[in-house]
Design a protein around this ligand. Sequence first.
Ligand code: DP6
Length: 327
Amino acid sequence: MVKSGKARAHTNIALIKYWGKADEDLILPMNNSLSVSLERFYTETKVTFSESYTEDTLVLNGETVNAAESKKITRFMDMLRAKTNTTLYSYIESENFVPTAAGLASSASAYAALASACNEALQLGWSDKELSRLARRGSGSASRSIFGGFVEWEKGYDDTTSYSFPIDADRWEDDLAMIFVVINNKSKKVSSRAGMSLTRDTSRFYQYWLDHVDEDIAAVKEAISRKDFKGLGEVIEANGLRMHATNLGAQPPFTYLVPESYQAMEVVHQCRELGYPCYFTMDAGPNVKILVEKHNQAHVIEQLHQHFEPHQIIASDITRSGVEIIE
Ligand code: DP6
């Protein structure tokens, strides 16, 4: 018996960050987070279950991934088998659609696509809410990639209550875009998983982060309801910087940001002075992502071009489509 399904999921960028787990195994976060889904970056994953397979195999962008690297996937598939009473192993073919060499591949789109492809292959009939909970078990941010547009991940308190849902923005997403400034990272990488764990456990600033994140979420939702770009931007920029500040308070302290990241932030400040409102956010790496209204996108890119190579600058629309079954 062979069963297969294929799905596409877009990646998302958090405007209010998920940073720290309350439960490492279930991937329950310490705080709610809120993201936008991106049109241009996505993953397509086909999963095939068959009695003839004796293990899970992952083929990523045409290349078989070795056992050590695919350990996370195997754990995810073991969890899925336990949940669904399936004994079948899988053959997973996944392709990341991200501009070449940009290093923007994301576990968020990967696990959202995989969860949805499994749902299709095994004919589970799970709702988007259930898929969001399932994708969360692979990578926290994947719970948000089940949906398009603005998405909030409710932290919940157990496996059932922690999931994401879309926020109605009356199609405001169509007027917005995100510009990536891709910055080469020469230093040793700290994964988001390791970084958030060290910070939660040791940072002197972590409690301050937790104490203020709910007001940020409320302010962002209020700004979305009024389509208030400045209001939205000021909150998300402060929230992103505060997340990065918690890392500086960790023992030992660390940072994801490099001089070029600060240079990109400076260009954002200049753009605002020139009358082109835009706001930055950064994740577990040095890249800077800039939220802008589409009618100012070309102006901001022009300013960035004075400091960065053309290949370092990639713009994407915000997509309102969530995960979808393809083929
Ligand atoms: C900084 O979702 O990659 O991008 O749950 O351990 O897989 P795991 O972490 P992941 O962390 C994302 C952290 C972030 C902020 C965010 O996306 O909310």
